[in-house]
Design a protein. Structure first.
Length: 136
């Protein structure tokens, strides 16, 4: 497990010239706060969205690949902590939004939660802080 974590740390390491700025992280959260709050409160954890995710099915129905899990453990954490997260938390979130989601927009929520747009928002926040996959 330690080897995997070290590999992931290199994969999502910070870029030179990027500095964490809490104001940059908080701005999109404030702009989309109404939607994030509504989506967080509407999610009933029914897992109906999971069946529409091909990664969930491909990885033997691992709960970490459920669209609701990816949404709640990315933008949900950023929203609840009001953007006040450290680099390690952003790297953990990055694993959920880049490694476990290809943003194919197939996830369907019967309650109307727009999961792809929320994951895209989490990606933009991480990208603004210099935390994104490196393909060297």
């Amino acid at each position: 497990m330690i080897c995997q974590q070290n590999h992931l740390f290199r994969y999502f390491s910070a870029r030179p010239g990027f500095e964490q700025d809490p104001k940059v992280r908080k701005a999109p959260l404030i702009r989309y706060a109404r939607f994030i709050f509504r989506f967080n409160s509407v999610c009933a954890h029914c897992s109906l969205c999971a069946e529409s995710c091909f990664l969930f099915n491909a990885f033997n129905k691992d709960p970490k690949y459920m669209p609701s899990y990816k949404f709640i453990h990315s933008i949900g954490i950023l929203y609840k902590k009001k953007g006040k997260v450290d680099r390690s938390m952003l790297e953990e979130i990055s694993i959920n939004i880049w490694k476990r989601c290809v943003l194919c927009t197939r996830c369907y929520c019967p309650f109307g939660i727009d999961i792809p747009s929320m994951i895209a928002l989490a990606r933009s926040i991480c990208r603004s802080q210099g935390v994104f996959p490196r393909y060297d």
